[in-house]
Write a protein that binds this ligand. Structure first.
Ligand SMILES: *Cc1c(COP(=O)(O)O)cnc(C)c1O
Length: 427
């Protein structure tokens, strides 16, 4: 599949049926797999042979879908997780232990920020957050001898900042650590971070990949480009024997291409068990089959809505990285020349009350705590996710009281704009 264009990979990647086998990927709804002898199974437990024995570790349906996402990103190995939260937790925890440190972009998804700033700190892992637009000196100053990775989002949810991937990859590599990027909003259709030096990609497949608001899920993909052995002292989990697998050294046995995902599956999935159900993986694959078609429409609608809002007298500002003049327009053009995403943020003149009035009058766009779905939805953070904050606290979080976040779906742009227009009239 590697020679095909991304559009073809979306449709046919990951699974090639043999003669007489099902055309659609089979849902292997089984916790366990049968073997003829204990020796056969023993080899699987020792990671001496590859095969299935228990769905918490691996399942064929999940593997087909992980293989497709791997091809889309241009990686060497991938795995599915139960959610995007699990994917980001595993990706970091696979290489950072108690006493270690991570440099992360400050404009990341709120759930990821909580995971890092509160929960993983309790586990003894420290984080330094840097602005995505920080100077090279500020970025450099964030590193410590115990830093194990750099983390950021290609397009940040909900800030819509675009990370300069090459700059962050260069800084990470200068310190002998990988760059991990959450590519949920751009998707591999619009941005492939490995082509710009990123080492590991994560996804909340709950968003555009599924695309229909049907199944929560996540994925981790390894580029196979990071040389763990060259920085062996920093990554003992990959470069020294694992006692729980009879002394296997992942980076030796599975090489650069397979070590990260094999360890993540064999240790973290075994011990934490955040698996994606095969049923959900099947639904995710249905979404992936049309990802390339949907992303084009999401971006077309996002841009049309952003352009309409920009010229509207009742709108105080518009943030959309695909819009000419946006702060991130140039960097977005470089890393995602075919489009960014369908999420647009804007302000309704008149503050909190005006934004609430606007939202109340929308007919097509539903009010939801969700984004990146085929159906247009929107959220007023000041009266929903951030409602406990006063205006000063909102400002500190980078949110204005009048901010509305709209996730443009794949409906007709004319209908979306007409809906926004009539709701603005009511303000
Ligand atoms: C939603 C989201 C997550 C969390 O994913 P879940 O599937 O909800 O656990 C992580 N990162 C980004 C960028 C997201 O948008």
């Amino acid at each position: 599949m590697s020679d095909y264009q991304i559009n073809t990979k979306c449709v046919q990647g990951g699974y090639t049926p043999g003669n007489g086998e099902p055309r659609q990927i089979p849902i292997v709804q089984s916790t366990t797999f049968k073997y003829a002898t204990s020796e056969d199974m023993g080899k699987l437990f020792d990671l001496e042979a590859s095969g299935y024995f228990y769905t918490r570790l691996q399942n064929p349906t999940n593997d087909y879908v992980a293989a497709k996402i791997c091809e889309l990103e241009g990686g060497t190995a991938a795995m599915l997780t139960s959610s995007g939260q699990a994917a980001n937790f595993y990706a970091i925890f696979n290489i950072a232990n108690c006493g270690d440190h991570i440099v992360a972009s400050s404009t990341i998804y709120g759930g990821t920020y909580n995971l890092f700033h509160v929960t993983m700190r309790k586990m003894g892992i420290d984080f330094t957050f840097v602005e995505p637009d920080c100077s090279d000196e500020e970025l450099e100053a964030a590193f410590r001898p115990n830093t194990k990775a750099v983390f950021g989002e290609t397009i940040a949810n909900p800030a819509l900042t675009v990370l300069d991937i090459q700059r962050f990859a260069k800084a990470a590599h200068a310190h002998g650590v990988p760059l991990i990027m959450d590519n949920t909003f751009a998707t591999p259709v619009n941005c492939r971070p490995f082509e710009w030096g990123c080492d590991i990609v994560t996804h909340s497949t709950t968003k555009y990949m599924d695309g229909h608001g049907a199944a929560v899920g996540g994925a981790i993909v390894d580029s196979g480009n990071f040389d763990w052995m060259a920085h062996a002292e920093k990554f003992p989990g990959l470069t020294t024997p694992d006692d729980s697998y009879h002394g296997i050294t992942y980076a030796e046995k599975f090489g650069q291409a397979g070590a990260f995902i094999t360890k993540c599956t064999a240790q973290l999935m075994r011990d934490f068990g955040s698996i994606q159900s095969p049923q959900n993986a099947f639904l995710l694959n249905l979404g992936l089959e049309s990802l390339h078609v949907r992303m084009a429409r999401h971006c077309e609608n996002g841009l049309a809505v952003a352009r309409f809002l920009k010229d509207h007298p009742k709108v105080s500002f518009v943030t959309y990285p695909g819009l000419e003049g946006d702060k991130y327009y140039e960097v977005a053009k470089k890393y995602m020349p075919n489009g960014t995403c369908g999420v647009v943020s804007f302000g309704v003149k008149g503050g909190r009350k005006a934004a609430e009035t606007f939202m109340k009058h929308l007919k097509l766009a539903a009010i939801e705590t969700h984004v990146a779905d085929a159906r247009t939805c929107c959220l007023h953070p000041a009266s929903a996710t951030h409602r406990q904050m006063n205006d000063q606290e909102l400002a500190a979080a980078g949110i204005t009281p009048d901010l509305v976040r709209m996730s443009c779906g794949i409906e007709d742009a004319a209908d979306l704009i007409a809906d926004i227009e009539q709701a603005l009239e009511a303000v």
